[in-house]
Design a protein around this ligand. Structure first.
Ligand code: ADP
Length: 477
């Protein structure tokens, strides 16, 4: 399709070029021929005047002599005709005595002052094809200038001055040939340039469409090579960025599915062992049965937690989590959660304190924000050994509310710190599982905070404790 268009375009350009060039050469040629004709006609008329007396006197010798002289002087062939068109003298001595019937001769003898015409004498051996296109000098061109010889107001004869126009024609042919050569050269150069340019223009598009093809079959690892700073390069960079994001998304989705299956398998495997032990016990032991069933019950609780956390995450990911917004009093909310968790802290021998003085309001979903704060304080209690303390605080910083939960717990190693908000990430799997964690709590917290236009960050020193900071925008008043 592209080639056909290209050829059509080239053809159009070529035809336009040729028409312009042909018109130009015709114009120049006609002008040059006109000029030449005027000059030759003047010569012919001048010779005719000198011939009048000699023709009247019927002095054959003198007529011939004058014709030869004139022929020598002006370079053409001179023929003197009587009133009947019979050649009285031919400077080339070839046509003496013959009658000329050229239309120009007839017109002049019939009363016209002068007439002229161009004659072409075909030369043998001309190349038909080339001559058709005007390339070859396969003809000898000559002009015939006929002037009346007048005596006493009467046309007594005609003077035929025949001169070769071959040189002029050859020159015109030469110019035309040059133009055609140039035309072909320019067409060829244009063709090469267009092909070259179209390659340059289409190459990045081709590369991009290849990339898209890879992507359509699920291969996100393909990257487009970027050259230069053109719009295409920007497009390719954007494409590569998109591929990378999709690749990461694809990878994390795969990881998520495998992590989730693994998490679900663990309690199932534990339950299977417990149930099998009950089935195959030798003698029914009520105490052991109760203990095993209690463990199975715990595993079911765990499964429930994992599934509901997973559902929450899927809900957030698919954009299905809708916040029911209202002005939430963060001060009250924080105090409530501290109160809810106080028994757990007491049970674990941990001192839980809250220093929130200022009443700060944010526009948010009260239930979801409760979940956030509960989770963070719950974590602080879970990961703090007996005798430690957990501090929750709320302060204002400009147009933001800052909630900080600091503990004197086990802390998080620096290498793990950037990952604590990742799904299923747990520093110490055994400990997390022992405390009933799913490894999804903080990732849900982070998503909810982000939905509220806030951020959550963690700082920690291993063995000394951790601080989680939640930053939320204050309600616009
Ligand atoms: P989990 O259900 O395991 O608590 P989270 O997503 O709430 O999962 O937390 C992820 C991991 O971050 C935890 O397993 C734990 O290793 C670490 N972590 C969270 N909070 C604290 C904290 N206050 N002190 C120490 N480690 C923490």
């Amino acid at each position: 399709m592209r080639w056909r268009l290209l050829l059509l375009y080239m053809l159009m350009v070529g035809v336009a070029f040729y028409v312009v060039a042909a018109s130009l050469i015709n114009l120049v040629g006609n002008y040059m021929l006109d000029q030449r004709a005027q000059d030759e006609r003047a010569i012919s008329e001048r010779i005719a005047i000198t011939m009048a007396d000699k023709l009247n006197a019927q002095d054959g010798q003198a007529i011939y002599g004058a014709a030869v002289d004139a022929s020598r002087e002006h370079g053409g062939r001179v023929l003197v005709l009587d009133a009947y068109g019979t050649v009285q003298a031919d400077s080339y001595s070839l046509l003496n005595g013959t009658q000329l019937k050229h239309p120009e001769v007839v017109a002049v003898l019939g009363g016209k002052a002068s007439a002229n015409g161009l004659y072409k004498e075909e030369l043998p051996g001309g190349n038909w094809l080339l001559s058709t296109f005007g390339f070859a000098d396969d003809a000898s061109v000559y002009g015939l200038y006929v002037s009346a010889i007048v005596s006493g107001g009467r046309t007594t004869g005609a003077l035929v001055y025949s001169v070769s126009e071959q040189e002029l024609y050859s020159r015109l042919l030469y110019i035309r040939r040059q133009i055609v050569y140039w035309l072909l050269g320019v067409a060829l150069a244009t063709l090469i340039t267009v092909i070259f340019m179209s390659r340059i223009v289409t190459r990045p598009i081709k590369a991009l469409s290849e990339g898209i093809e890879h992507m359509s079959v699920g291969d996100f690892s393909h990257r487009v090579i970027i050259r230069g700073h053109s719009e295409y390069a920007q497009l390719a960079a954007a494409f590569n960025m998109m591929s990378e994001k999709l690749e990461n998304l694809d990878r994390s989705r795969g990881q998520f599915v495998s992590n989730a299956s693994h998490e679900l398998k663990t309690p199932l495997a534990t339950m299977k062992i417990l149930i099998e032990s009950l089935i195959y016990q030798d003698a029914f032991d009520p105490a052991m049965t109760r203990e095993f069933l209690t463990d199975i019950d715990k595993e079911i609780d765990r499964l429930n937690r994992i599934v509901s956390d997973l559902l929450t995450l899927v809900n957030i990911d698919s954009g299905g989590m809708k916040l029911s917004l209202s002005d939430v009093d963060l001060h009250e909310l924080l105090l409530e959660q501290v109160k809810r968790l106080a028994p757990l802290a007491r049970e674990n021998g941990i001192e839980l304190e809250c220093s929130a003085k200022e009443a700060l309001e944010t526009s948010g979903d009260a239930v979801k924000l409760q979940q956030v704060i509960y989770n963070v304080i719950d974590n602080a209690i879970k990961y703090t050994p007996r005798g430690g303390s957990v501090q929750a605080s709320l302060i204002r910083s400009g147009r933001r509310a800052i909630i900080r939960v600091t503990d004197t717990g086990i802390g998080i190693p620096q290498a793990d710190l950037p990952h604590v908000f990742d799904r299923f990430y747990r520093v110490d799997k055994a400990r997390s599982r022992a405390t009933g964690g799913t490894g999804l709590g903080l990732s849900i917290v982070k998503q909810i905070v982000a939905l509220h236009g806030g951020t959550i960050t963690a700082e920690s020193e291993e063995g000394k404790g951790s601080t989680f900071t939640i930053d939320l925008p204050l309600a616009q008043k």
